[in-house]
Design a protein around this ligand. Structure first.
Ligand code: SAM
Length: 350
């Protein structure tokens, strides 16, 4: 009974959330048109209609609610940002739009260079991803990121991330979670870690990211919950011991890495995982995953600065994971995401 109430609460909350972000999405599109800086890219592949997208999103929200009903994890709840702060951030997102559109029109992704930290970070990273003001390095960007992403995905970014919760039960249920560690690589502002913490209160959690500003926003966001270890470091050089982690998750990171860094990060994930451990990967769809949507994927890097996305779209991820001892198992495609669950092999017995 409790789970059915949880499911109903989840569906009601998600419907309201969808309505809000759908409205913001339409308003932002309308404002962009008004500002007249939109360049239209005409993709060669097929593009889904708004109806196709909404139907797929409804499927995602329903499977999230069914997981709540089945007791796999708790409802999403609110996102812990007080309403007035949320509204202030919405206002700032609209205020930031003209600058971001001007940079897009000029193909200029260098506002991040005004941030002092940029000089110490790798060049592939010190760019304005998505044409965000300050790239990933300013406090302003860290506090706008989630509203921007949820507006883009019509409220589905959180539910897509939550699809990565389901496979965790495989390793965690029935075990003493105080003795198990989960590492979220490129945790950003900690939205996924908050969901993990609510589902697994005793688990040892680590969040790693290259952005100090994003880690600070994550710390604020999870403030009242049991402590998490925050690590400011690169995914391709993690300050963690070999075989020291039971579960690694990585969400919306790989499409932002150049191919050689993608491979170095995979090697690091395999190194820090215990044999038998789980790697849960969630990122953008790739070409052919939903072939009738390929045109939408093609156009994405033209609308948002994503310098490595094109290469990501056809990178052979499964062989890459396999080459590092991470055996891909279950794969699914919740809405615009691709979820892949990999196991690190146990040593062979003689
Ligand atoms: C698209 S965001 C995704 C963040 C978060 N996982 C989420 O679901 O919202 C990409 C994140 O990857 C981080 N990042 C990019 N390259 C990185 C690297 N080489 N090492 C660590 N973090 C990195 C960025 O700072 C940013 O927080």
């Amino acid at each position: 009974m409790a789970n059915r109430i949880g499911m109903a609460a989840q569906l009601a909350g998600q419907s309201l959330r969808f309505g809000w972000y759908f409205t913001l999405n339409r308003l932002l599109d309308w404002r962009s048109e008004q500002l007249g800086k939109g360049q239209r890219y005409r993709p060669s592949g097929p593009v889904p209609s708004l109806g196709d997208l909404l139907a797929s999103q409804a499927e995602l929200l329903m499977s999230d609610a069914l997981a709540v009903r089945d007791g796999l994890y708790p409802p999403m709840g609110d996102d812990a940002t007080p309403p007035l702060r949320h509204l202030a951030r919405v206002g700032r997102m609209f205020a930031d739009l003209p600058g971001a559109l001007s940079r897009r029109a000029a193909n200029d992704a260098k506002s991040v260079h005004d941030e002092p930290a940029a000089a110490e970070l790798p060049a592939y990273y010190a760019q304005d991803f998505h044409f965000q003001t300050g790239g990933y390095l300013s406090e302003g960007s860290a506090t706008l990121y989630d509203i921007q992403v949820e507006t883009l995905f019509m409220g589905a970014a959180g539910p897509m991330r939550r699809a990565a919760l389901a496979p965790l039960a495989e390793v965690l249920s029935g075990r003493d979670q105080r003795r198990l560690t989960l590492l979220d690589v490129a945790c950003g502002t900690g939205r996924f870690l908050r969901q993990v913490r609510l589902a697994y209160p005793a688990l040892q959690l680590k969040g790693l990211d290259l952005s100090r500003a994003y880690l600070e926003e994550a710390r604020r966001h999870l403030g009242e919950l049991r402590a998490i270890e925050w690590i400011e470091a690169a995914a391709e050089r993690m300050p963690l011991g070999d075989a020291s982690v039971d579960v690694v998750t990585s969400i919306f990171l790989f499409h932002e890495l150049p191919p050689e860094i993608r491979r170095a990060a995979t090697a690091e994930i395999a190194r820090v995982l215990r044999p038998g451990g789980l790697f849960v990967f969630l990122d953008s769809l790739q070409l052919g995953d939903k072939a009738e949507w390929d045109g939408l994927l093609e156009s994405f890097p033209y609308r948002f600065h994503e310098p490595y996305y094109q290469g990501y779209l056809s990178d052979a991820l499964e062989p890459m994971f396999e080459a590092h001892g991470l055996k891909p198992g279950l794969t699914s495609t919740p809405f615009l995401a691709k979820l892949m669950v990999c196991h690190k092999a146990l040593p062979e017995m003689n």
